[in-house]
Design a protein around this ligand. Structure first.
Ligand code: SF4
Ligand code: SF4
Length: 78
């Protein structure tokens, strides 16, 4: 199991929609930088939560230490 679980943003595909920052109630994202996604408090992220990743319209969020087999629902396939 991962010691540390937090979101990792792929800034190539991120469209800065702000959904992840809006979704998270644990202070993981910097609300002052919204709608850009900036992780400022990774320790606040809840183990095994995929809340923001499930909302991301471009599949730009994955999780450090994720061994659950979860796949971003909207991930672009190239
Ligand atoms: S995975 Fe959950 S707790 Fe972690 S940043 Fe996303 S919404 Fe917040
Ligand atoms: S939800 Fe996805 S596309 Fe929107 S700001 Fe967050 S990482 Fe970027």
């Amino acid at each position: 199991m991962a010691k540390h679980w937090y979101p990792v943003i792929d800034y190539v595909s991120c469209i800065s929609c702000g959904s992840c920052t809006d979704k998270c109630t644990h202070g993981v994202y910097d609300t002052e930088k919204a709608p850009s996604a900036h992780v400022i408090f990774p320790d606040g992220c809840v183990d095994q939560c995929h809340g923001c990743g499930n909302l991301c319209p471009s599949g730009s969020i994955t999780y450090n230490g994720d061994a659950t087999g979860w796949v971003p629902p909207n991930q672009q396939r190239v």
